[in-house]
Design a protein around this ligand. Structure first.
Ligand SMILES: C[S@@+](CC[C@H](N)C(=O)[O-])C[C@H]1O[C@@H](n2cnc3c(N)ncnc32)[C@H](O)[C@@H]1O
Length: 245
């Protein structure tokens, strides 16, 4: 398609998508959904417990993962390689995956010789993981990264979680990771986001750049773009920082 036609085509697509999004946000069903979210989202534990319960009881059956599209095998190719690389190159012998979700992709990461602990705020998820991965050497703990200082580990992985927390809670979680005595933090960050915004309530999503205000983390030791399909220009990445921050 000639360049002129192509940009006209993208302009139409954008116009249609934004009109559709305005239309959906104007419907009473959308407003009811927003009220439902607010009512059931006093904190991230409530929000994610409600989400888990919804995901496991879908009438059409469970999807590949209860953790959303960002946790599918298709979207985590680079994440899987990156975790394996960090474990290898930084001499990691113990790892806290906080939060771990349902391990949809993590269960495929080679972690020989690494003591793996998965932590999550949803009790049912922790119970299910304990049953599913019994006998594999993996341990699971119920934990709230906003409130709990975790046990020390060589590596804390915090993928796809801080994006769902209000800014004040992100700061608390980062302080808890620092206070744990752990050595490294590998966390989701969006370097293409120049200005961070806040959430209206826990459980929503927005891209956050951990190097921008109000978090202001130093330049990471390693920054890997996850090359997620459908990234929409966000450059979702994993950044590695030395702890304490
Ligand atoms: C989008 S999933 C990501 C899971 C996993 N890290 C991955 O990459 O597949 C977000 C997870 O964060 C957990 N979560 C949300 N708030 C949390 C909190 N305050 N403390 C611990 N886990 C939390 C949810 O239960 C859910 O499993």
């Amino acid at each position: 398609m000639p360049a002129g036609n192509w940009s006209a085509h993208s302009g139409y697509t954008w116009l249609i998508m934004s009109s559709l999004s305005r239309f959906i946000r104007g419907t009473s069903l959308w407003r009811r959904y927003q009220r439902y979210l607010k009512k059931h989202s006093r904190d991230s534990k409530d929000a994610f417990t409600a989400r888990y319960e919804y995901e496991v009881s879908r009438p059409e059956g469970r999807k590949e993962t209860v953790c959303g599209i960002g946790s599918t095998m298709e979207q985590t190719r680079v994440a899987r390689e990156t975790v394996a690389r960090v474990v290898r190159e930084y001499g990691i012998k113990s790892m806290l995956d906080a939060p771990c979700g349902d391990l949809n992709w993590m269960k495929h990461v080679p972690l020989d010789g690494v003591r793996y602990t998965g932590g999550d705020v949803v009790q049912q998820m922790v119970d299910e993981n304990r049953a599913k991965f019994a006998g594999t050497g993996r341990e699971f703990v119920l934990m709230n990264i906003i409130e709990d200082v975790p046990e020390a580990a060589d590596l804390i992985l915090c993928r796809d979680c801080l994006v769902h927390l209000p800014g004040a809670d992100v700061k608390r979680a980062l302080a808890n990771f620092s206070a744990s005595g752990s050595k490294y933090l590998l966390a989701t960050t969006f370097p293409a986001t120049s200005q961070n915004t806040d959430l209206r309530f826990p459980g929503e999503w927005r891209a956050i750049n951990l190097q921008a205000a109000p978090f202001l983390l130093p330049p990471p030791l390693l920054l890997v773009d996850e090359e997620c399909p459908d990234d929409n220009g966000h450059s979702k990445s994993l950044g590695l920082w030395k702890l304490p921050l």
